[in-house]
Design a protein around this ligand. Structure first.
Ligand SMILES: [Zn+2]
Length: 243
């Protein structure tokens, strides 16, 4: 048995379901026979936001993926279903994590999704939590932004401009169309990336974190739309709750 996060899935035929999981080895799609027809068979273990312990059976030739032979709930996180904000952000973490995670190699993408979900059990969905998650994920995927020197000339900039598609800070000479970011936004950005856990307001008050997160909307949106081949389904839901 090993742990996996249930991030979603699609029905397959009359009775079966393909379940999308994140594990310590990245994204994994498994074939769950009879999961749709008999809800008792997996007893709530295949609901989104759940951490489950899984047992895999042999690969099905037709489905081209391993069979889920057993699954039991480790942590259900039912509290995430209490509001549209927590559902929207929890779904976004799931979809973004699944879409960007590698397949069959060690990764902490699942860890950050789980931390995001854990936070939403007790806190509302906020823009700062969304942006903090995105920064941790970026870094995990190998896109840790350069925040000390200009990525074009290597000189510490007098005023900082941020372009996450180009990899981080830019000086006034090389800024192009990158927006300027103030010292407080930069401090929040560094603190989030340095924090050992997912913390939307590390060492700063919540208003500060909220303002910094709002400033990063443009640079982070540009980064994800450059990385993803098609938009995420969860984005519309996020927009409907102003996140
Ligand atoms: Zn420069």
């Amino acid at each position: 048995m090993r742990d996996a996060l249930v991030v979603g899935g699609v029905d397959s035929g009359e009775a079966d379901r393909v379940v999308h999981l994140l594990t310590g080895d990245g994204r994994l799609a498994v074939f769950a026979p009879n999961a749709k027809k008999s809800r008792r068979r997996f007893a709530g273990a295949l609901e989104p936001f759940t951490t489950i312990a899984i047992q895999l059976g042999p690969q099905r030739r037709r489905a081209g993926m391993p069979t889920l032979s057993d699954a039991s709930v480790v942590r259900s996180r039912l509290a995430l279903r209490r509001g549209l904000d927590t559902i929207a952000l929890g779904s976004y973490f799931a979809e973004l994590g699944f879409r960007t995670a590698p397949e069959g190699q060690p990764t902490e993408v699942g860890r950050w999704v789980a931390e995001g979900w854990d936070a939403l059990e007790t806190a509302p969905g906020t823009r700062q939590l969304r942006r903090a998650f995105e920064l941790k994920l970026m870094s995990e995927l190998g896109y840790h932004p350069e925040l000390a020197v200009c990525v074009a000339c290597g000189v510490p900039p007098s005023t900082a401009h941020l372009d996450l598609v180009r990899g981080g800070l830019l000086c006034p000479i090389h800024r192009g169309v990158a927006p300027e970011v103030g010292p407080k936004t930069l401090a929040w950005l560094r603190a989030v990336l340095d924090a050992p856990n997912l913390d939307p307001a590390p060492g700063v008050d919540d208003d500060w974190a909220a303002r910094a997160a709002a400033k990063l909307t443009g640079p982070l949106s540009a980064f994800w739309s450059g990385l993803l081949s098609r938009p995420l389904n969860a984005t519309a839901l996020l927009a409907s709750v102003d996140l």
